[in-house]
Ligand binder design. Structure first.
Ligand code: SF4
Length: 427
């Protein structure tokens, strides 16, 4: 049975999703990259900002183009361009166990990638939305040092209770007002609260669409892989949140997936195992890694990585009626990197139960301690306490030197063989 099923998936060939969502996402991301390159030449203002729990809507209110070094780094990894850049950063002293995103970005900067001759503009502001990791602060300090741009570090209190205290919110709002004053100085424009409300309404519309799309993965089969295909939606929701284009993208994506659910279509010829995936993907080997799961008919129905920009699926939306307060709440609460490991357990458990998954897959990232610390305990908890079959594999999200294909394949095959056996035996 196991062999026959494997053969079926193999005959259907390598997985490649090329639906409308993918095409529209690609076009939007290309337009964002083109705008970055244009601003590199013209000098119109841009600002670097992080994905997790950011306040990009404030930049948009001033037409400051947001640059996301994490996204440029992962794009280099997907294009298999990251290694020489990582090596360049190591040559100037970055250690081998430093976050490889940082090294690829700094390597790119040292190679002339930022500035009029490159594809990324020199930022007018380096805005560090510090959210639970010192790597962010150091990375952005270095960016500011190399580009000579002003640095502003937002200090976001760690989420200690289910809700932040009113003082925590007020503390962040005060800092947001300082960021607004900085943006006024950079652009010469007066802050327009109505413009910000309009932008937040677009954010909320896109968040609603993103959540509806993920809810559809409760269907059997799920209409898309909520780990691998989520990248098509993570681009727009993270890079373009707050724009009309982003809201419209989700307005169109949801009916497409609803149609697939109605027709009983999924991303693979057959959905045989439903997984929840924790941790970012190995971008330099994205397709190979995906195929290791696809050949078993394993589809991710939920993932934590897809919520790295915001955890909207438990009800939070940006609120145009409470503009700065809702931005502060997003940064404090709906932020994967500003929460405890136990909160992450709770999120994963809700996914396994709510999306009726057969297994948890943890992809541990060698150069990212923020995500990887504690994942051994996480595996123990899900396997032993909750009885959820859990696979832990390790490589890197940016550095191709850490991806060992044969070892990875053996681990994944052994795991699904055991899962298959359990299924056949009805246990
Ligand atoms: S979360 Fe990990 S990969 Fe992302 S910037 Fe921090 S250390 Fe790097």
């Amino acid at each position: 049975m196991a062999e026959a099923a494997k053969a079926t998936q193999a005959v259907k060939g390598e997985h490649g999703y090329h639906g409308n969502v993918h095409e529209r996402s690609k076009a939007l991301m290309e337009a964002w990259a083109a705008e970055s390159a244009r601003r590199a030449r013209t000098g119109e203002p841009s600002a670097t900002i992080m994905i997790s729990g950011n306040c990009v809507e404030i930049l948009r209110a001033f037409d400051i183009h947001p640059l996301f070094p994490e996204v440029s780094a992962l794009q280099m990894a997907i294009r298999k361009q990251s290694l020489p850049l990582i090596l360049k950063a190591e040559q100037v002293g970055y250690s081998s166990d430093n976050c490889a995103y940082v090294k690829a970005d700094i390597g790119y900067l040292l190679s002339g990638g930022y500035g009029p001759e490159g594809t990324l503009p020199r930022p007018a502001l380096v805005l560090c939305n510090y959210v639970g990791r010192n790597v962010y602060v150091k990375w952005f300090e270095h960016l500011a040092e190399f580009t000579k741009a002003p640095l502003y570090v937002l200090d976001i209190p760690f989420l200690r209770e289910a809700r932040p205290s009113p003082d925590d919110v007020a503390y962040v709002v005060r800092q947001l007002r300082e960021v607004i004053a900085l943006c006024e100085g950079i652009t010469g424009k007066r802050f327009d609260i109505d413009r910000l409300r309009e932008i937040l309404a677009y954010s909320a519309r896109a968040e609603e669409g993103w959540v509806r799309a993920k809810e559809l993965c409760k269907a059997h089969p799920a209409p898309f892989d909520a780990y691998f295909d989520s990248i098509n939606m993570m681009g727009p929701i993270n890079v373009l949140r707050g724009t009309r284009e982003c809201a419209e993208f989700f307005d169109a994506a949801v009916p497409e997936y609803e149609g697939m659910v109605a027709r009983g279509e999924g991303p693979l010829p057959e959905e045989r195992f439903r997984t929840v995936v924790e941790g970012p993907p190995p971008y330099p080997y994205y397709r190979s890694f995906r195929n290791l799961f696809a050949k078993w008919g394993a589809v991710a129905v939920q993932s934590t990585y897809s919520t790295v920009g915001g955890i909207w699926e438990f009800g939070f939306r940006h609120d145009p009626e409470r503009p700065l307060e809702s931005i502060a709440e997003q940064m404090l609460v709906q932020n994967l990197t500003n929460r405890s490991l136990l909160d992450r357990y709770g999120q994963i458990r809700a996914y396994v139960e709510g999306w009726r998954a057969d297994a948890l897959v943890i992809h541990s990232i060698k150069s990212c301690r923020l995500f990887s610390a504690g994942q051994g305990d996480m595996r123990e908890y899900f396997t032993k306490e909750l009885g959820v079959p859990t696979l832990l594999v390790e490589s890197d999200l940016e550095d191709p030197r850490y991806y060992a294909e044969a070892q990875m394949r053996n681990r994944i095959d052994a795991f699904f063989e055991a899962l298959e056996h359990k299924k056949v035996m009805g246990r």
